[in-house]
Structures are given as structure tokens and as C-alpha cells.
Design a protein around this ligand. Structure first.
Ligand SMILES: [Zn+2]
Length: 259
């Protein structure tokens, strides 16, 4: 199994990331992509990826942090991307849900990172929240120049999913789908996603699946819960979990060009 979204640089993991990685591996999660969300976090994610077997990282600036984007940021990300453990540019994209950075700042940082990824011929790890139309408009001119695209933590509508899939994007599904209230729309559109475009992720330490039994003492999500998400997704898609584990693992390794 491959968890394509682990925020291992989060302060919530500062005391025990070695245990978190070990627990994940014991649960059968043999690959993890550690998310870089700004320059500093991307540097930290790379250090962790170098430290742990089966871990790789992204380098980029999240829309929340887009106000930090400067011309020098592109060069710094380019240097990070030279490390063999850095396998995608991102997390980048648009988030008009919270607007921690202004939409204009977000669009500028997003486009700059798409250009950088195209120049480096690297896949991109994208975030989109309540910004689908602008997201597609900004992404479209770059699609034929990018070797691969994943929209992680998909929370959009079925129509939005279809538009992404038609463009060849991979869709990342988190434990959001296990939420009996806000995850229902995603649960219902799961069968729309072709298996070869599906990726799984925990987005740990966020989005602890709400239906874990027994309920963990901590609200902190961990990559060791990926098998739970896999089993639920397989059930709702009517697929064999072992088969889906293999297919989604292959997808991640193909997209991120891992041996
Ligand atoms: Zn995200």
C-alpha cells in the first residue's frame, strides 16, 4: 500500500515520527509520500524522506502559504527538487475555502509552480478546495507539459471529478470518504474513478477516519490507518481490497516514477 499524503513534518509528529513510520510499515504501508507545504516544510520533508526507507517527498508551496511566494522561492524549490527523494512539485493549488492567502497570491504561486514542474518535467501534487473553475483554467495550459498530475484529497462534486479524470488526472482519496456526513458525495462518486487513476492517502495527521473501530484515544491520524481507508473504498467500489491495494500502489509508483 502507498500513502501519497503524509504530513510527517507536522508538529504533531515531532516527538515520534520514527514510531509513526514503523507502525505504518507494520500495517503494510510500504510507500509514503511526505508532503511539503512551504519552503521550510519541504526542506524538512526531504530530510525525513532521506531518513526513512520507503519514503519520498514533495517540494512546493501550499495555497495557504502562497503569500510567502517570491521570485527566489522558485529557485529554492528547484534546488530541493534536485534530490532523488523529491518526486513531485507541490503541494500547490488553490483554496478559496479559507483564503489564508489572497486568491491573487494563490494563483500566482500556483502558476509559477506549474511552470517549474513543466520545466523540470516532474509530476505535480495538487490541492483544490472550492476553486474548481479557476483550478482547471490555470492548469489546462500546462497539462501537455506535465508528466503527471494528482489532485490530492478530492472533495469536489461528481461533475468536477469527471472533468479532472477526462484530463488524465489521478484522484487522491482520503478518510474524508469515511465521514458519514460530509463524505457521502465522495463515497457515491467513487465508482466513477477508473482504478488506474485512483490513489489513496491519509493526509495524516489530519482527517482521522470517523468510523475507526475501536475509536483511537487520539484524534491524530496516522499512515497506519491507510488499510482502513483502502478496505472501505474497496467495499464501496465493489472491488477486492488486495487487488485495489496492488493497483493503487502501482499507480503511485508509476506517477512518481519510483523503482
Ligand atoms: Zn491539501
Amino acid at each position: 500500500m502507498f500513502d501519497i499524503g503524509v504530513n510527517l513534518t507536522s508538529s504533531q509528529f515531532a516527538k515520534d515520527h520514527a514510531d509513526v513510520v514503523t507502525r505504518a510499515q507494520l500495517a503494510g504501508v510500504s510507500g509514503m509520500l511526505l508532503t511539503g507545504t512551504n519552503l521550510h516544510e519541504s526542506q524538512q520533508a526531504l530530510l525525513l524522506a532521506q531518513q526513512y526507507q520507503g519514503c519520498w517527498s514533495t517540494a512546493g508551496v501550499h495555497p495557504h502559504d502562497a503569500s510567502q511566494w517570491q521570485d527566489e522561492t522558485a529557485q529554492a524549490i528547484r534546488e530541493l527538487a534536485g534530490a532523488s527523494e523529491v518526486v513531485a512539485i507541490g503541494e500547490c493549488g488553490l483554496d478559496f475555502n479559507r483564503n489564508f492567502s489572497t486568491p491573487a497570491e494563490q494563483e500566482r504561486a500556483f502558476t509559477a509552480q506549474l511552470a517549474l514542474a513543466a520545466d523540470l518535467m516532474m509530476p505535480v501534487f495538487l490541492h483544490c478546495r472550492e476553486a474548481h473553475e479557476r483550478f482547471i483554467a490555470l492548469l489546462d495550459p500546462w497539462l501537455d507539459k506535465l508528466p503527471g498530475v494528482v489532485l490530492h484529497c478530492f472533495t469536489g462534486t461528481e461533475d468536477e471529478a469527471r472533468e479532472c479524470l477526462a484530463r488524465g488526472l489521478f484522484i487522491g482519496v482520503t478518510g474524508w470518504v469515511c465521514d458519514e456526513r460530509r463524505g457521502l458525495e465522495l463515497r457515491e462518486l467513487l465508482p466513477v474513478i477508473p482504478a488506474h487513476q485512483l490513489l489513496l492517502e491519509t493526509d495524516a495527521p489530519y482527517l482521522l477516519p470517523r468510523d475507526l473501530k475501536p475509536k483511537p484515544a487520539s484524534r491524530r491520524n496516522e499512515p497506519c490507518y491507510l488499510p482502513h481507508i483502502l478496505n472501505k473504498v474497496a467495499e464501496w467500489r465493489g472491488e477486492d481490497p488486495a487487488w485495489l491495494a496492488q493497483v493503487t500502489d502501482d499507480n503511485a509508483r508509476r506517477l512518481f516514477r519510483l523503482a
